[in-house]
Design a protein around this ligand. Structure first.
Ligand code: RB5
Length: 150
């Protein structure tokens, strides 16, 4: 799978571990995140990765900031994107099975590298179940359409 990754300055070390994990598991990674330890603005990277997913440049996106929150909030403002902050594998699994999230976020100040790898692994290997969950995702999309976003 071709996966886009984005991060702010809090997540350089964790991002490197996640990229290595993804590549070891046969994925292609596009790194859209900052490469510098200098303080930067997480919305920039949330938006870049979300737009890459929305445009089909990458199939999925993974975002890391201090908590996962700010960067996911930015990503969720891009039309069609469903980004979930997941600090444990159960939520990560459900974010795929029930919510069809194409973007995963977590916090470098919240999860350690081994837990983050478990979260990524289950998230990448869980399919959307469709059915009644598709109806609910369609309802989310309708809220977005009614909000007249671009
Ligand atoms: C940066 O200090 C921090 O605010 C950011 O990484 C993130 O946690 C925001 O939600």
């Amino acid at each position: 799978m071709r996966i886009g990754i984005g991060n702010d300055h809090t997540a350089l070390e964790l991002k490197a571990e996640i990229i290595a994990f993804l590549e070891e598991n046969g994925h292609e990674v596009v790194d859209y995140g900052t490469k510098e330890a200098k303080s930067c603005d997480y919305p920039v990277y949330g938006e870049i990765v979300a737009r890459a997913v929305a445009a089909g440049e990458v199939e999925r996106g993974i975002l890391i900031c201090g908590t996962g929150l700010g960067i996911s909030l930015a990503a969720n403002k891009v039309k069609g994107i469903r980004a979930a902050v997941c600090s444990e594998p159960y939520t990560a699994k459900m974010s795929r099975a029930h919510n069809d999230c194409q973007v995963l976020a977590f916090g470098a100040r919240i999860v350690g590298a081994e837990l983050a790898k478990m979260i990524v692994d289950v998230w990448l290997n869980t399919e959307f179940e469709g059915g009644r969950h598709q109806r609910r995702v369609d309802m989310i999309n309708a809220v977005e359409a009614e909000s007249n976003w671009h």
